[in-house]
Design a protein. Structure first.
Length: 364
């Protein structure tokens, strides 16, 4: 059955009430947004993550320690993970724990590969015979595809690859999930899927070596914004776009695990494929100040052009991105400026406002 988007939004809102949800990577950027969103939907949430070591962290800013149950440990600690899952008995798992930075992958390749690949293996291995776990959504990346230098969007059945440790770790996670789905989960009528998103932006990302947080840091300090890849094109999207896709997928997997298991692209609108330079110029425009300088120092390898084909998610899940590139950047700047002017204690106010606006926005 295909529902209207407004009907689907109501179903998602009602479905997660009182559901027991486990989120790995809950203290990360996307994990914190998802934890807070599910808290607003009255889900019973438990999170796993590394303890934030500084105040500039969205999990702390949203005061999530007081809103959800949180356990601080590494996703690679299998015995702790298994004990927690068997005690909490989650209905749905959103696996977001990861080492998410490409540049860190070059500096710490072993950690990147073990966190992203073995962490995923731990989740699917522990849960394969647990009846109370009905569906698992493993979040990977658009970097999981083998770079064929095509300007066409990657489809879910395109070849996986990875010319750097981070990309390879995400491709490996995809292969692990597919093998477990076909060998164990589908036979047990359990839902197991992956979600592949593009370059996610939004308020509350404080990670080093990422474009938007770096821009915020330099703009607020009245310093030049240095760009290392000004011509690189990326499928930029607001963080709420893929998160809503994951929420729909979790719901669908729970209802029909056989039909909805597999890989899903949650990319941006076609007109959001924009160069790094143009994104920064738009950021400066909406902030009202800032200057750019190109860093000509030789950089590590990254794919130059990335784009995801989202036809499958649009036609089968009835999910589609709502925001243009300008809307995404404007909302991102709005969040940072609001918190910068009013203080971190107001992060929850602006985050709640943006989630509620997204859920009520009828723009397709």
């Amino acid at each position: 059955m295909v529902y209207k988007k407004s009907t689907m939004e109501k179903l998602v809102k009602n479905f997660y009430k009182n559901k027991k949800i486990l989120i790995t990577g809950a203290t990360g950027f996307k994990g914190a947004w998802l934890s807070y969103w599910l808290y607003l939907l009255n889900a019973k949430v438990i999170g796993i993550g590394r303890k934030p070591n500084k105040n500039d962290n969205l999990f702390k800013q949203l005061k999530l320690e007081k809103k959800i149950e949180i356990k601080y440990f590494d996703i690679r600690e299998k015995k702790k993970l298994e004990a927690l899952i068997k005690k909490f008995k989650p209905n749905i798992i959103f696996h977001l724990a990861a080492q998410p930075i490409i540049s860190v992958g070059y500096k710490n390749p072993e950690e990147t590969i073990t966190v992203n690949s073995i962490g995923t293996l731990n989740i699917v291995e522990i849960c394969k015979n647990l009846r109370f776990v009905k569906s698992i959504v493993c979040v990977t990346s658009d970097k999981c595809y083998e770079n064929n230098f095509s300007t066409k969007g990657f489809k879910e059945n395109d070849k996986l690859g990875g010319s750097d440790p981070y990309s390879a770790s995400k491709a490996n996670a995809e292969i692990i999930v597919k093998s477990y789905s076909e060998s164990f989960y589908l036979k047990n009528k359990k839902g197991l899927a992956t979600g592949r998103a593009g370059n996610v932006i939004g308020g509350g990302d404080w990670s080093p070596n990422r474009l938007i947080p770096d821009c915020v840091k330099w703009i607020t300090k009245d310093k030049l914004i240095y760009l290392r890849r000004p011509s690189f094109n990326r499928p930029w999207q607001h963080v709420l776009e893929p998160l809503y896709g994951y929420l729909i997928l979790g719901y669908k997997l729970f209802k029909d695990p056989v039909k909805y298991s597999g890989a899903w692209n949650f990319g941006s609108k076609k007109n959001t494929i924009t160069s790094v330079y143009q994104v920064v110029k738009k950021m400066i425009k909406y902030w009202g100040k800032g200057k750019v300088k190109i860093n000509k120092k030789k950089q590590f390898y990254e794919q130059e052009n990335l784009q995801l084909n989202i036809t499958k998610a649009k036609e089968i899940l009835n999910w589609s991105p709502k925001y243009s590139i300008d809307q995404s950047i404007r909302l991102t700047v709005e969040w940072y400026k609001f918190v910068y002017i009013n203080g971190s204690k107001f992060a929850e106010e602006i985050s709640k406002k943006q989630i509620q606006f997204y859920m009520n926005d009828k723009n397709n």
